[in-house]
Design a binder for this molecule. Sequence first.
Ligand SMILES: C[S@@+](CC[C@H](N)C(=O)[O-])C[C@H]1O[C@@H](n2cnc3c(N)ncnc32)[C@H](O)[C@@H]1O
Length: 311
Amino acid sequence: MDQTTSSYHQPVLLIECVEALAPAAFGVIVDGTFGGGGHTRALLASYPEVRIIAIDRDPEALANVPSDPRVHGVLGNFSAMQRIVNDELGAAPDTRGSVDGVLLDLGVSSHQVDTAERGFSYHRSGPIDMRMGADAPASAADLVNTLGPNELRDLIRRYGEERFAGRIAEAIVAARPIHTTTELAAVIANAVPAAARRGGHPARKTFQALRIAANAELDALSTGLEAAIELLRPGGRLCVIAYHSLEDRIVKRRIARGAAACVCPPGLPICACGNEPELEELGRIRPTSVEIEANPRARSAILRIAGKVAV
Ligand SMILES: C[S@@+](CC[C@H](N)C(=O)[O-])C[C@H]1O[C@@H](n2cnc3c(N)ncnc32)[C@H](O)[C@@H]1O
């Protein structure tokens, strides 16, 4: 598939990410979520000396990797970033400090959402799949059609923060087997009270929950952040764009923990941990109204930037 970057996916907070990664201009950047390659292409254009390891778990994304000797595309999960960087740089066994910048632009691409057969969209009829790649532990159809009502309720509540999770889970179980995304969306819409159908699509949160669970997204994020922080050299930069509060909370807390001077349990009269911060919080950026108008999918984005400090 040969698509232009913007028809595959319009990158979000592009200039902000390129500027934040300036300290990596002469080194190695890991783009852990290559997608349509919008960020990678902008980095290549801005920093002629940069080298990029471009990771994506979706083979369709990897088809966008430009034929440029400075970029190497790897099919994989960014949670395995340490092994991938090891393989690419031959830095085994110690990859600490071998990378100058890491970018994670989380979630799904417009291409994935807009391709009905991938099953991410409640607007387009397709199989209830939602796997970003073959490494996903389950398809959303497996979850929808096999989980017990309590498990389904907990999943929808936990990963969708959906207040009608119980009613939705019961309605799904009663309607099984459910085969298509639009069938599922209709079951969900009928399960929520009419008043709650006004604020956005009633299936949005449940679809988010199924997607997160099918792809084990939050586990990948936690593991990937640890790997990224370990891999960065002092002075290197971490940039993470999150699109919902569950993701952003994990990023925010990990950066705050890394930047904390003291990690003693609360209540100790004096600090006894001797902790040295490993990160410096460098900012939190939201898209401008101009960007959101041009690209409504940027609406919920939050970019957090951290710098690795010498420890
Ligand atoms: C929002 S898009 C990235 C868009 C990209 N920055 C661009 O400018 O085109 C997210 C991409 O990350 C990939 N992805 C999400 N989680 C991943 C993970 N844990 N490991 C590898 N790729 C992941 C998805 O398959 C998708 O292609």
